[in-house]
Write a protein that binds this ligand. Sequence first.
Ligand code: PEP
Ligand code: MN
Length: 340
Amino acid sequence: MLIVMKSGASDAEIAGVARAIEQLGFKPHVMPGATRTAIGVTGNRGSVDTARFENMPGVAEAIRVSKPYKLITLDLQPDATVVRVGDAAIGGGDLAIIAGPCAIESREQAFAVAEAVQKSGAKFFRGGAFKPRTSPYEFSGLGEEGLKIMADVRDRFGLRIVTEALDEPGVDLVEQYADMIQIGARNMQNFTLLRRAGRSRLPVLLKRGMAATLDEWLLAAEYIMGEGNYNVVLCERGVRTFTQHTRNTLDIAAVPAVRRISHLPVIIDASHAAGKNYMVSPLARAGVAAGADGILVEVHHNPDVALCDAAQALTVDEYRQMLQQLRAIHDVISRNGATP
Ligand code: PEP
Ligand code: MN
């Protein structure tokens, strides 16, 4: 159920409805909006009697929700969510750039890439400390040492740090050192991990699973939000298909598909979709043209020696050139009102 408050509803009236929901043993999710506050209800197994709420002071209407989504939906919050990460933001009209190497390999490597990322005007630095590698014999990251290096990157360059947690203890560590938790494609349906991220104070970047439907991806976001963390950014990174010319098939249609249903920001990871350096920029351009709120991209100061995902890493020059193109495209579609 979803309760829409009248536009002039007082804080006391909103709190009164939230309390009534709790008294039933359910969880209220209060979502203040530009024109009105809505309150989502989770924790109920069957339907809740709407009549109980309709006559409460300040309530405009109580709506039974027939869709599988309760919290990601535009029904609950018609205004686009802006996820704030310190002084940076994802959503809300600007193009967010999250750039950095696949894995943190050393302090020198991280600082060299971070310097280029900062100079490019990007606000977010990404890097893996815990790498989910297909083969157990490949470099799987520096662990906590990698997180410490990224915390130093933040101090030195003022960039916001986005990094993956593979498990619940990993979230504890990421919370100590970083600004945003990445949940990787392979963990999109690790429900205990999603719930743990939902109890974090940090925003969450939720990658789409490599074989996940739109519904499965959005329901994964519901797991996080259901715990009270509403700062979720969706990231399309390609899905597995029969094609062999790319690592994954970038599902550009995911951007308008998400927009139609959800208020959450959605970004494109062109690197893991492409898998190949020469395809990254064209895919990123397409993502921005489709209205993505941002781009995640892997860049390395010396891709030839990268320990992880070398084939898809952009050089610093290629990255800079790509950003110019992305900003030009973003300007055009923003001017024409094509982005929300
Ligand atoms: C990554 O971002 O480095 C990564 C492992 O991505 P994904 O989970 O999308 O494969
Ligand atoms: Mn990678």
